[in-house]
Design a protein around this ligand. Structure first.
Ligand SMILES: Cc1cc2nc3c(=O)[nH]c(=O)nc-3n(C[C@H](O)[C@H](O)[C@H](O)COP(=O)(O)O)c2cc1C
Length: 214
């Protein structure tokens, strides 16, 4: 009974590229059999409050004296951690917003990245180690290593650091670039490249869903 956690964060509700790609991943996952279940979390439609208390960044035993977060916030944090720990595979729609990640997605990271609980700190516990996570990042421009915007992608690297290096998850990255070619007239000449990027991303998410869901 492999379970997928399907997370979206785009603020675009009708024409989102990342939502289209995570949906394709989830649909491919479901098509593999009735046991392939999906839990959805839409961080834009149902945003989390910003982390209300720094104490939540640490397991209880690591909190300073007097650091007593609101029990309701602790309960929400426990729910979010249990949800991601229960997943066999995670797919995350992570559009580029101002060279970075949507604040809704950042808030989720702030809840689940917890020293001494999900991040090994004074113990070796790392409950998410080895869980595959597929990052689907859509962006209006292009950020390839040889182009003028090389090094300006601050969306994928922080997610690789938090989820991959720190939480030990097994990260795959799928990008769809030049998505603004259909909106901004000056980018119309790049429409073919945008279409090729999208079609490669569609192939990648289907391949990853089949590999990880079988
Ligand atoms: C708030 C906001 C900020 C954006 N900032 C950037 C940016 O820094 N670089 C970029 O290439 N595109 C930027 N874009 C364009 C989006 O990355 C692009 O539209 C992408 O397709 C969004 O993902 P979505 O289609 O899943 O909504 C921005 C869009 C929005 C709404």
């Amino acid at each position: 009974m492999p379970q997928l956690l399907h997370i979206d964060s785009s603020a675009e509700l009708s024409n989102s590229v990342s939502r289209g790609l995570t949906r394709l991943f989830a649909d491919t996952w479901r098509s593999l059999g009735p046991g392939n279940t999906v839990v959805e979390r839409d961080l834009h439609r149902a945003p989390l409050p910003h982390l209300p208390d720094a104490g939540l960044h640490y397991a209880r035993r690591l909190r300073a004296q007097g650091e007593t977060p609101d029990p309701a916030a602790e309960a929400l944090q426990s729910e979010l951690i249990a949800e991601v720990v229960a997943a066999d595979v995670v797919v995350i729609g992570a559009p580029m917003y101002n060279w970075s990640l949507p604040s809704t997605l950042k808030a989720w990271i702030d809840y689940i990245h917890v020293l001494g609980t999900t991040v090994p700190f004074d113990t070796r516990e790392q409950p998410l180690a080895g869980t595959p996570v597929v990052l689907v990042s859509s962006r209006g421009n292009t950020y390839g290593p040889d182009g003028p915007n090389a090094g300006l992608d601050h969306t994928v690297p922080p997610l690789q650091q938090a989820l991959g290096v720190s939480l030990g998850m097994d990260v795959s990255v799928v990008t769809a670039e030049l998505t603004l070619a259909g909106r901004i007239p000056a980018m119309t000449p790049m429409a073919d490249k945008a279409a090729a990027s999208l079609s490669a991303a569609e192939e990648s998410v289907q391949r990853l869903a089949r590999t990880l869901g079988s």
